[in-house]
Design a binder for this molecule. Structure first.
Ligand SMILES: C[S@@+](CC[C@H](N)C(=O)[O-])C[C@H]1O[C@@H](n2cnc3c(N)ncnc32)[C@H](O)[C@@H]1O
Length: 213
């Protein structure tokens, strides 16, 4: 194995460990909002980049979860959490840019803190629209770039390269809110919020849903 690939694998394993440890904190930070938007999910859900399974506790028992998760180091934690919450999990070890599911086959798609990490967010959003059934919803919660011209945006710019390297490709300064608004959904219902520790470089967030026409 060459050394860039080896380094990448080590960082992927490190991030898998971090995501696993962060589960309780994430529930404290995002739990109420996730419960609000995930409460009406259908029996089958496609989740893009579920990581260690931070969202699984919010799905109704026996929900069929199709997980699009390329980092294999996360699969054991994901499998264990699905078992704990009584879910029917199917892992596809692929990227969200090329999803191996038929057109219009998914009643709902979920993504949390994932469009910051994918290589091509527009391509992932186009795949989300392709697989969503007519009238299906894409539910999202994402950290985003701070407003242009703010000190936090400057900090995001400064930190972006190191951050991307440390956190397995995570981009601090993506205008994900614009990408979702311009992805061609029939309707988008989006709210913004900032983490209590508003100085954190990933403090600005969006959450909501988008409806496939
Ligand atoms: C910051 S973690 C978030 C994990 C989880 N969704 C959560 O809320 O805790 C980003 C996740 O996206 C996954 N990911 C990275 N690139 C991806 C891609 N191209 N397609 C799908 N998932 C991807 C990573 O493996 C990781 O699980």
């Amino acid at each position: 194995m060459n050394s860039p690939t080896k380094n990448r694998n080590i960082r992927q394993r490190m991030n898998a460990w971090l995501l696993n440890q962060a589960d309780r904190i994430m529930d404290r930070v995002y739990g109420a909002r996730k419960r609000a938007i995930f409460s009406q999910l259908p029996q089958t859900v496609v989740e893009i980049g579920p990581g260690a399974g931070a969202n699984l506790r919010y799905y109704a028992p026996r929900t069929r979860v199709i997980a699009i998760e390329p980092n294999r180091a996360l699969h054991p934690a994901l499998t264990e959490r699905a078992r704990r919450y009584g879910l029917d999990l199917e892992i596809h070890p692929i990227r969200g840019e090329n999803i191996d599911l038929p057109d219009q086959s998914a009643p709902a798609v979920v993504g949390s803190l994932v469009l910051c990490s994918v290589s091509d967010p527009d391509r992932v959003l186009s795949e989300v629209r392709r697989i969503l059934a007519p009238g299906g919803r894409y539910l999202f919660i994402e950290h985003v770039a701070a407003m242009p011209g703010t000190p936090l945006r400057g900090i995001q710019q400064q930190l972006r390269t190191l951050w991307r390297w440390l956190f397995d490709g995570c981009h601090l300064n993506r205008d994900t809110h614009l990408a979702i608004q311009h992805a061609g959904f029939a309707r988008v219902d989006m709210d913004c919020f900032t983490l209590q520790s508003s100085w954190l470089p990933f403090a600005p967030h969006i959450f909501g849903w988008a409806l496939n026409g």
